[in-house]
Design a binder for this molecule. Sequence first.
Ligand SMILES: Nc1ncnc2c1ncn2[C@@H]1O[C@H](COP(=O)(O)OP(=O)(O)O)[C@@H](O)[C@H]1O
Ligand SMILES: [Mg+2]
Length: 331
Amino acid sequence: MRVLDEVTINANGVLEPLPSKGIVVSGITKTYKGGKVKALNNLSLEVLPGEALGLVGPNGAGKTTLLSCLMGFLRTDSGSILIDGEAPDALLTRRILGYLPERLTFDRWMTGRDYMQFHHELAGMPESTRKADCEALLTKVELPPSSWSVAVKKYSRGMLQRLGFAQALVGNPRYLLLDEPASGMDPTGVMVVRQLLKTLKEDGLTILLNSHQLDQIEKVCDRVIFIKDGTVSRVEDLNEKIEQEEHLVIRWLASATSLSREDFGRVAQKECLAITEINSDFARVSTAGSAATVNLIKALVTANFPISEVRPEDTRLERLFINSNKEELTA
Ligand SMILES: Nc1ncnc2c1ncn2[C@@H]1O[C@H](COP(=O)(O)OP(=O)(O)O)[C@@H](O)[C@H]1O
Ligand SMILES: [Mg+2]
């Protein structure tokens, strides 16, 4: 047992858990079919303690393989993985990892509460706290108590997703690895996932989120890593504010003004890099960045344009994707 290694004694003589060291992946390679398929190719990355890190990349890039290696389900051919300084298959590591697989499987006859208690037992958690722990988690993911004793076959997708999250949180993991948690979900389900991820991050969990949904990643993550052909192709810090070209749709109430689209063009021209389209009540423009966008809106309001909507046409991550594809096409 290494229980003593997990804690430290602080200045007041109180036991505290050791600080998290994050996940360090160094040059891992993973092949399938006796080396014929190279899923991961000398991949290195770090997940910093407390951060939410997004993983994006095309199908077949190696994201699920990476998560499976981190979970200790698969062994790498070479390279190393350290999670809080330990190997993925160490017992200690298992205790600090929570995992939400891409496809959740449920025994459909089980109730939500049965399912949670089953996983609580599997995780080796004490029976004395089972009921209370499971109820606390079901409450945390906002599954209403009236659903706890209903068979999961009657759950909606959104409810199943909440249950999946609750299961991943059994045993209070430090790390949460999520493999496309919102794939195939309706807009409500997508919002459920987003809101849960925000709460869990505030609780201090370190999150690794594999998702195709760029807007989801942009809203939840601190950094994003692009994976391609089994290796890291790019790392972006989403907290870093950068001035970047903005593409906007601007609408105004044409019925409430005598100003024409020519007037719009005249006012907007000074603050825009380009006006790509002008109609009687909306325009598409691009500006040099957020400061120019503010100036543009000020100028339009000063000229008495009854602006009803200003909306970005694409997000920062979408733009990065578009630009990296352009780079590829011209390379
Ligand atoms: N069990 C497996 N056997 C053989 N090849 C596999 C297996 N799992 C994944 N692959 C291959 O490894 C590569 C990476 O797959 P995967 O990790 O699932 O990518 P992603 O999750 O990014 O879509 C793909 O070429 C895929 O076909
Ligand atoms: Mg996958």
